[in-house]
Write a protein that binds this ligand. Structure first.
Ligand SMILES: [Cu+2]
Length: 352
């Protein structure tokens, strides 16, 4: 079903070879991976594509998966994840400063990343990405980290913190069954991230141990519809290349469930790239342009464009408004990523 190697030729098939040989057609039948892909290639009666097309619906060229992901079983819903901000348990220090207490637990967990396609993830709090940690600049952050997974893990936060809180050194690894308390002040203002910093990093990050860390300025940003989108990918056959791409883990989710916005409403996307294996990922918005606040550290827009490209760990706040009602696509501008899951729709309604 998933030919990792061609023993006859004695060489490993690359993902692209695999797509060309029709491997994905078997995948399409098994998992609902897009009818779009099933429509490529040989359509003769005996071709796997034709056989599987019968199971996954008519060859409409529809650009999404067929079937549904069980979000309840996953324990997270990509739509809810867009606006799910964890502000922690709030208390105050004697000097009046705000303290935010969080608990993050590392757990091994199988997650469904496309209908019928499961990935053996390593998670923070059972979800990929982990919870979006949010604070105001200057707040004290305390994160009680418990490792209930099968491997050593850490949490390495981007932002200011002393060396002892870095979560990257050999003596800072948290073994299964152990705990560590990360404590530091939230600074600087910006859109940051956190991720496991255990070697090999590419395995620990790709398995799902990452999340967004937003530090708001003292004067809040203007009101907007705020959405967190973490661009990610999954290497489902462990060949060092991703077979599935998404924002917030579930391929094509917003093709089935478009994001509702209003004409003239400010949309603010906290966009991060945590894709492993590929050097860049990108975001392109149809029929509109957006301001780009790189790393979210400054209040002036760095750029006005319709496409941004990020290396891993790179992130920016995007702000835009739609002028007209209707359906507008957003997707990676690496067409291959888009066709393997990283695309979605905004549904724009008239203001009432
Ligand atoms: Cu780890």
């Amino acid at each position: 079903m998933k030919p990792l190697s061609d023993t006859r030729l004695g060489r490993r098939l690359s993902r692209r070879d695999w797509l060309r040989t029709g491997g994905v057609f078997g995948l399409a039948g098994m998992t609902g991976i897009p009818a779009l892909l099933a429509n490529r290639g040989d359509h003769s009666a005996d071709a796997p594509a034709a056989r599987n097309a019968k199971h996954i619906g008519p060859p409409t060229g529809a650009m999404h998966t067929v079937g549904t992901v069980d979000h309840a079983a996953n324990g997270f819903d990509p739509m809810e994840m867009l606006t799910d901000f964890d502000y922690g348990e709030v208390s105050t220090l004697p000097d009046g400063r705000v303290v935010r207490d969080f608990t993050i637990v590392a757990q091994d967990k199988e997650i469904e990343i496309a209908p019928g396609m499961f990935f053996p993830a390593w998670t923070y709090n059972g979800q990929v990405p982990g919870p979006t940690i949010r604070a105001t600049v200057g707040d004290r952050i305390r994160i009680r980290f418990r490792n209930e997974g099968s491997h050593p893990h850490t949490i390495h936060f981007h932002g200011w913190h002393p060396s002892g809180m870095d979560g990257s050194f050999p003596d800072q690894q948290v073994s299964p069954g152990e705990e560590f308390l990360y404590e530091f002040d939230a600074e600087p203002v910006g859109l940051h991230l956190y991720h496991c910093h255990t070697f090999p990093l590419k395995a620990h990050i790709h398995k799902g141990l990452y999340g967004a860390f937003i530090i708001d300025p003292k004067t809040p940003r203007p009101p907007a519809l705020e959405l967190v989108m973490t661009m990610n990918g999954f290497d489902t056959n462990f060949d060092g290349e991703n077979e599935v791409y998404a924002v917030n883990s579930v391929a094509f989710h917003h093709m089935h469930s478009p994001i509702s916005v209003k004409v003239g409403e400010t949309v603010r996307i906290y966009l991060l790239n945590l894709t492993e294996f590929d050097p860049v990922n990108s975001f392109h918005l149809h029929a509109s342009f957006f301001d780009v606040f790189r790393t979210g550290t400054r209040t002036e827009s760095d750029e006005f464009t319709d496409t941004v490209h990020f290396g891993q760990g790179e992130r920016a706040i995007l702000e835009f408004k739609f002028r007209w009602p209707g359906r507008y696509m957003f997707h990676a501008h690496q067409s291959e990523f888009a066709e393997l899951g990283w695309m979605g729709f905004f549904d724009v309604m008239e203001q009432v």
